[in-house]
Design a protein around this ligand. Structure first.
Ligand code: ZN
Length: 296
């Protein structure tokens, strides 16, 4: 990797494989953004904004409504930032940094974690649900504090999008219909009651294959956009909003690491997984069920 970066292979790859701004976008998935990483996050966004246009979920939605051949003002492809799990540091650090670059993020929230924000339970929730392998005392240097429902509503008022990340950060495989309804539907209703509108986006937890077709069909009933933890460029000419790709690029990555990630070189390694997910989750009807649903 160091050799690739030293030889500027990452920049070269990005030049030749830059997403097409008319139909393609890059979606980044991040987790912790603690205060000690604020300057690295800012440096990363500064670098990224030279190659991409940092935008919003509405900008992403526009890729599917733009007419073929329609002129676009900005030649830089869209870059959308998403943050998983709803840590307080995403509220205090990531949101204002993103706003200073003109962007708005998608914050994937776990309502069970957010509701614990004002109690002593949040650390035990974090230990058992997010990071079961966390050793004793490791959390002192980890970013385990959740943002609370009032902070989540404030983000929505500032133009950010609030997404669903299940009620309790559960793997969505082999669950009963009642469990799926609790993890997905109940979670969506709680988020809507906090932000006063439907949460359009969903992201499943843990790994690229921690979902099955039954779970995904429930997701489609409640959400227009479903994001996979599987890297790739989003392409509105071939992807459906109900199955979209995200590339994990963390605030803690060094410049050589994030430059390599933004180049897209690593996406090649994920191609087989994208293919498997497309095959496993093939929609049974072409019309997403959410479109017939009245928005809250
Ligand atoms: Zn998560």
């Amino acid at each position: 990797m160091q050799a690739a970066v030293a030889g500027h292979a990452d920049e070269l790859f990005l030049q030749f494989h830059k997403p097409d701004p008319r139909s393609q976008a890059l979606v980044v998935a991040m987790h912790e953004t603690p205060a000690n990483l604020e300057s690295s996050l800012r440096a990363q966004l500064d670098w990224a904004s030279k190659h991409f246009r940092i935008g919003t979920l509405d900008d992403l939605a526009e890729l599917w409504t733009r007419r073929n051949g329609e002129a676009i003002a900005d030649r830089r492809p869209l870059l959308l930032f998403t943050f998983d799990d709803g840590r307080e540091s995403n509220y205090t650090i990531a949101a204002p940094v993103l706003e200073s670059f003109g962007g708005r993020g998608v914050f994937f929230i776990v309502p069970g974690f957010a509701e614990d924000a004002l109690t002593d339970h949040s650390l035990s929730f974090y230990r058992s649900r997010f990071n079961p392998d966390c050793g004793p005392n490791r959390e002192v240097c980890e970013d385990w504090r959740p943002m609370n429902p009032a902070q989540i509503a404030d983000l929505a008022n500032r133009g950010h999008s609030i997404g669903n990340h299940t009620s309790t950060h559960r793997r969505l495989q082999n669950l009963s219909p009642a469990e799926l309804e609790f993890e997905i539907g109940d979670s969506a209703r709680r988020l809507a009651s906090w932000i006063g509108k439907a949460a359009d986006a969903f992201a499943w937890t843990f790994s690229w294959d921690a979902i099955d077709k039954d779970a995904w069909e429930v997701v489609r009933r409640y959400h227009r956009f479903c994001f996979a933890p599987c890297a790739g460029v989003v392409d509105a000419s071939s992807d459906d909003p109900s199955l979209l790709w995200r590339r994990e690029i963390e605030a803690r990555y060094s410049p050589p690491e994030y430059r390599l990630c933004y180049s897209g070189l690593m996406d090649l390694w994920w191609a087989g997984r994208r293919k498997q997910l497309r095959r496993m989750l093939k929609p049974t009807s072409g019309i997403p069920e959410w479109s017939s649903r009245t928005k809250a």
